[in-house]
Design a protein around this ligand. Sequence first.
Ligand SMILES: [Zn+2]
Length: 166
Amino acid sequence: MAIPGIPILEGKYPASMDLWPIEAKEFNRVYKFYDNLRVGRFTTTKCKKCGHVAYPPRVICPECYSEELEYIDLPTKGKVIVCTEQARGVPLGFEPPPLIHAWIDLGENSPVKRLMSRIINCPAGKLKEGDEVQFVVFDIPAHPIEVKKETKMVNRVFFAFEPVKN
Ligand SMILES: [Zn+2]
């Protein structure tokens, strides 16, 4: 794994600074969210008792405390409400700055109206209010986990949004 700007870490796994969740079932109770990402689905949890949709996904309904939740699909396209670029303090393991963040409107018919996401595959200074963006899944470095004294590498993915190319 390349660590931009820090040659001494080239090819080393920066475990102590890992910003990504461990997605394996053994370590993460919302592992289904990541399993869904792997097949290109953007999902969150809906309570089977009261119907409340929470984002990010939960293991307990924040409204009625039920643990009976199901995963539902969210829209994979939205519009930028506002965006910002982070030029300093970009954490280790991310590509060189800036990191682009946006508040995204998923539309009136979406169970989750708005959310914050990172924007990738976008040149600095180009994203603006009203731009259409789409959901995209990408690979992140695998993480070693220990299961019954065996170490195995768990493949990981994460998501962001990217500008829709017209
Ligand atoms: Zn509920």
